[in-house]
Design a protein around this ligand. Structure first.
Ligand code: NAG
Ligand code: NAG
Ligand code: MN
Length: 384
């Protein structure tokens, strides 16, 4: 490289001294942008049609589609949509997840659809039947939770309400980039419209089924809707089946007996973080499959299911969690499930380190969720 530079500058000096006839070195293959789709033209024309790290940032360099365009506008069709939910005013500890969507996209910069052949499965989920796009972020007010959550519900309704690209499967499925965990509630309201009540596989260190009287203290209805109570509310609204299950739980509860009894009443059973030590990843996969068998599944991944060593950038970190590899192995093992929606939440980039550990992990979790959706297509009911 150094040699090339010095010969270049020598060439430069020479050219200036003689005539302004600048001869550029021949175009090398390496100058073709990674991810370029076009053929490299040996006559010296560079192809800039599909470069990585360029243009506006989307998840995994996927095409951006204005999914929220108003009626009558022509919107490109899609089968799986990524949408960000910049919302973090439902947290009980450190805020910052409103920047989670852009953080996860940052973590996914290096993922490119044409460069994603999976080392374990030999498949490339981006290049199969599904058209996968990034819709950008939902426009959510940051001053009123009730309004913001309604805006997110509407966003889900619009995005899932369009006809899918694939005429056989009809309903586009959504992966939400949180946002604090409250953002799962609007997502479940939307999946209910198309698929009815579903089992939730909830990866988290916390239960998140807290009775609003316990978490929020019954202060107001407004305060009762937060990132620790949304599963209670989803249960109350009839959105979740009693075949739901948590995975990775380890945080303490507020009451000796009530919280766990209440959790069960909300339709959940529990795989604790340390259960992995005995069962292994395969045992956890089997338990998740057995519990949700025969039902449609929504997968919600609170990044705090990971140990803070693997995901420091989150609001309510709990030590003693799973590694990124363990979580990815478990997720990739859930093949054959009808995953009708999913999310990765509670990524708060402000607490990440320079290596972007949390953002990288979250980006790869999204990738696994996409793979599950592509692997098992699901037929849903398009709204009239
Ligand atoms: C989307 O639909 C078009 C038109 O039916 C089809 O040609 C294409 O293969 C579909 N899938 C993707 C990934 O674009
Ligand atoms: C779940 O609900 C179904 C139908 O309402 C009921 O038959 C079943 O006993 C319930 N299972 C559990 C574990 O509560
Ligand atoms: Mn949570």
């Amino acid at each position: 490289m150094y040699e090339m530079l010095s010969s270049l500058s020598a060439l430069c000096l020479f050219s200036v001294a003689a005539a302004r006839e600048i001869t550029f070195p021949p175009v090398f293959g390496v100058q073709v942008p990674f991810g370029s789709t076009g053929e490299h033209d040996i006559d010296g024309e560079l192809d800039v049609s599909g470069a990585w790290y360029s243009g506006l940032m989307t998840y995994a360099n996927l095409p951006y589609v204005h999914c929220l365009a108003s009626d009558g506008e022509n919107v490109e069709k899609y089968d799986i949509a990524i949408v960000g939910a910049p919302f973090d005013t439902g947290v009980t500890a450190r805020p910052g997840a409103r920047f989670g969507p852009s953080g996860i996209r940052t973590g996914a910069r290096r993922i490119a659809p044409q460069f994603s052949w999976n080392m374990y499965t030999g498949r490339n989920s981006f290049l199969e039947w599904a058209k996968i796009v990034d819709c950008g972020d939902a426009p959510l007010t940051f001053l009123d939770n009730t309004v913001a959550l309604n805006q997110l519900t509407k966003t889900h309704k619009v995005i899932s309400g369009r006809e899918a690209n694939d005429t056989e499967y009809e309903v586009p499925r959504i992966i939400t980039l949180g946002g604090d965990h409250t953002t799962t509630l609007p997502a479940l309201r939307s999946t209910y419209d198309h698929f009815g009540p579903v089992s939730v596989i909830h990866f988290d260190s916390h239960l998140d089924t807290w009775d609003p009287e316990v978490l929020g203290g019954g202060l107001s209805h407004y305060a009762g809707v937060n990132h620790g109570t949304f599963l209670h509310i989803a249960h109350e609204e009839g959105l979740v089946l009693n075949s739901s299950i948590h995975a990775g739980i380890r945080a303490p509860v507020a009451n000796k007996k009530y919280d766990l009894r209440h959790d069960k009443a909300c339709g959940f059973s529990i795989i604790k973080a340390r259960d992995l030590d005995r069962k292994g990843t395969q045992g956890v996969i089997e338990r998740l499959k057995e519990r949700t068998s025969g039902t449609k599944v929504y997968i919600s991944v609170d990044i705090d299911v990971l140990d803070p060593a693997y995901a420091p950038a989150t609001g309510t970190a709990e030590v003693g969690g799973w590694t990124t590899r363990e979580l990815l192995t478990i997720l990739d093992g859930l093949t054959g499930m009808e995953v009708i929606g999913a999310d990765v939440v509670e990524v708060a980039p402000i607490y990440d380190n320079r290596g972007e550990t949390t953002q990288l992990a979250a980006a790869e979790v999204v990738h696994s969720l996409i793979s599950l959706m592509v692997e098992t297509p699901v037929k849903g009911k398009l709204l009239a």
